[in-house]
Design a protein. Structure first.
Length: 161
């Protein structure tokens, strides 16, 4: 039996075309985007779109993408990463100041960051400056530094053509 609720649906509040609304997306169907005034309405529109897509695919003899099923078995809970010595030192010192192991400190930092990211996507508030992981580069106006070496008048250009 086909169950559209098995698909990976994400709903977030944001500003689209100058209006606050909720956007629902389906990971298995990347072209699907539904917009509504409430979380539930956006979710229900996504469910409806999945059902309609399945019917259309079935009528055309196409295979509907299967829902992604992720279990905890897909993740070991172990991550190895390389960082700069200075960052390693700073993190170790911060862990020591808190009286916890470096591993526990890193877990706390990641949980803290993840909480901000989730809060931002659910609430629609702009927490981005707080939890941004890469610096924003300001775009500078580029002014070309050109000079005229030789100028030909319009009449002379016609002679060369």
């Amino acid at each position: 039996m086909f169950d559209p609720s098995n698909y990976t649906i994400t709903v977030r509040k944001d500003r689209f075309d100058g209006e606050d609304c909720f956007e629902a997306r389906v990971a298995e169907l990347p072209d699907v985007a539904e917009y509504a005034d409430s979380f539930m309405e956006a979710y229900e529109l996504a469910i409806d779109t999945i059902e309609v897509t399945e019917k259309i695919f079935s009528a055309q003899g196409k295979k509907m993408p299967k829902p992604v099923v992720q279990t905890d078995d897909d993740y070991s809970g172990r991550v190895t990463l390389r960082i700069a010595k200075s960052l390693h030192r700073a993190l170790a010192q911060a862990a020591n100041n808190e009286g916890v192991s470096l591993n526990q400190h890193l877990t706390n930092v990641l949980n803290y960051y993840t909480g901000y990211a989730q809060a931002a996507s659910i609430s629609g508030h702009d927490y981005e400056p707080i939890w941004r992981t890469s610096p924003q580069v300001e775009k500078q106006k580029i002014t070309p530094n050109l000079r005229v070496v030789r100028s030909i008048s319009a009449g002379k250009i016609a002679q060369y053509a």
